[in-house]
Design a binder for this molecule. Structure first.
Ligand SMILES: Cc1cc2nc3c(=O)[nH]c(=O)nc-3n(C[C@H](O)[C@H](O)[C@H](O)COP(=O)(O)OP(=O)(O)OC[C@H]3O[C@@H](n4cnc5c(N)ncnc54)[C@H](O)[C@@H]3O)c2cc1C
Length: 419
């Protein structure tokens, strides 16, 4: 146990480990990476491991693109073993409004230098043979999107940060943040006090709870998200693209010879981590396969293969975790306005694994230089509007974002984002 450092990063998931690595790499500040559980053991290793580069805002599109570049050079940058598949991604519109959405995404991609083009449904089927084309109005293909085994990111960054001299403190729970004259002075843990000038709250589902130790309200709601993976199916190849169906909010990708399916149901289960036991572990989260069966059913015209699940196709894995949703569907990254030295890396909105390489880099630069390396105000922890002070409204807005994950425009989300 250490008693003093410059920066304490709370949470060794994808976001915290990336911040710790990028800080340690600069070799200008002493860093401690603290986790109440095993390193890299909570939501991050349970992700699907998909990237998606054309996002609804230009800022997040830029970050997502940077993140893919950093994933491509991960092994070189960290010295850790790393593999990924880059078959690209299909995005499918079955409703007229989603055809328009895809047109806008292609235009945005072109503007920001992300390859994205329309292809015909037949061309999509050639790339993804399990896809049926009846009812498809439009399909885009993003050739540089990729997928990977998710644990590699937090494990790789944590190990690399340790080799660069960061103190690794697993099984150490942060129980308080000490503040003097409005500035961070240290953290209390169940193993003792650590004095420090900066704290990065990257506590995943617990981000809000940890921020409350500094009397900060960071509005985000942990929301259960699940996926399933089948046993190997003849014809599944790793170079088949990620497939997303917008109206159903469902994604599919190859996984070790089988197919992975995940998605966003209309009424997700939301959590308040303060109500769970302090030692709660994501591995003990209640999962519900019926949710995934209903999602599979909603895409049966396009992916009838999933109707065979439980018949001649067996389930290999069913997993889930607690990503955190925000009211406007954007990440939460940056300093907390009311406490000097306290930064947040959270509000992952089910995209934190793939954006983590970029978020870690920009947040580390911010801490080191005292200035944001780009305009990140759209992700500021203090951006929520006053009406979201009501817990009920916040939950409703977060549920709405979750249940329309692939939809770029719909009335209630737009009003939540601007309200
Ligand atoms: C089924 C599923 C599929 C997903 N698919 C994708 C995908 O395809 N692409 C994508 O980008 N994202 C995806 N996600 C989302 C992604 O998993 C999350 O965005 C990401 O893992 C968030 O990382 P994190 O570092 O914030 O959280 P975590 O990995 O949960 O890490 C937070 C850490 O903080 C620690 N901690 C909490 N409180 C304390 C404390 N008081 N003291 C010390 N330590 C503490 C915890 O123990 C934990 O290890 C998916 C998620 C799920 C569940």
């Amino acid at each position: 146990m250490i008693s003093e450092t410059d920066v304490v990063v709370i949470g060794s998931g994808a976001l915290g480990s990336s911040v710790a690595f990028h800080l340690a790499k600069a070799r200008r500040l002493a860093v401690a990476l603290v986790d109440m559980h095993d390193l890299a053991s909570q939501t991050s290793p349970r992700a699907a491991g998909l990237t998606s580069q054309v996002r609804r805002s230009e800022l997040v599109t830029r970050l997502a693109r940077l993140a893919v570049k950093k994933i491509e050079s991960f092994a070189k940058d960290t010295g850790e073993p790393f593999t990924y598949h880059q078959p690209g991604a299909l995005k499918i519109a079955r409703l007229p409004e989603h055809e328009t959405q895809l047109e806008e995404e292609v235009a945005r991609g072109r503007r920001l230098g992300v390859e994205l083009e329309f292809i015909s449904p037949d061309e999509a089927k050639r790339k993804m043979p399990f896809l049926e084309t009846r009812g498809i109005r439009a399909v885009t293909f993003a050739p540089t999107d990729l997928y990977l085994e998710p644990a590699q990111i937090p494990v790789g960054y944590s190990r690399a940060a340790g080799k660069l001299g960061a103190a690794m403190l697993p099984h150490t729970r942060v129980t308080g943040i000490t503040i003097e004259d409005g500035a961070v002075k240290g953290v209390s843990t169940d193993k003792g006090e650590i004095s420090c000038r900066f704290v990065v709250d990257a506590a995943g589902a617990w981000t809000r709870l940890v921020a409350s130790f500094a009397s900060s309200r960071v509005p985000m709601i942990p929301t259960r998200h699940q996926l399933l993976i089948t046993e190997p199916i003849p014809g599944v190849e790793p170079n088949q693209p990620i497939t997303r169906i917008i109206d159903a909010n469902v994604y599919v990708r190859p996984d070790n010879g089988g197919l992975m399916l995940g998605g966003y149901e209309k009424t997700p289960i939301q959590y308040d981590m303060a109500q769970l036991a302090p030692g709660f572990d994501i591995k003990d989260l209640n999962l519900d396969l019926h949710v995934l069966r209903r999602l599979a059913d909603s895409v049966r015209d396009q992916l009838p293969i999933f109707a065979r699940l439980g018949k001649d196709i067996a389930l290999r894995e069913h997993r889930g975790g607690l990503p955190t949703m925000t009211a406007d569907g954007e990440h939460t990254v940056g300093p907390v306005p009311e406490v000097r030295g306290l930064f947040i890396a959270g509000g992952c909105c089910v995209g934190g694994l793939s954006i983590a390489p970029a978020v870690g880099e920009v947040l580390a630069e911010w801490i080191l230089s005292g200035r944001a390396p780009m305009d990140l105000s759209a992700l500021a922890p203090g951006r929520a509007s006053a009406d979201l002070r009501s817990e009920e409204r916040l939950r409703e807005a977060c549920r709405d974002q979750y249940s329309h994950h692939y939809w770029e425009r719909h009335e209630s989300a737009a009003s939540a984002a601007s309200g």
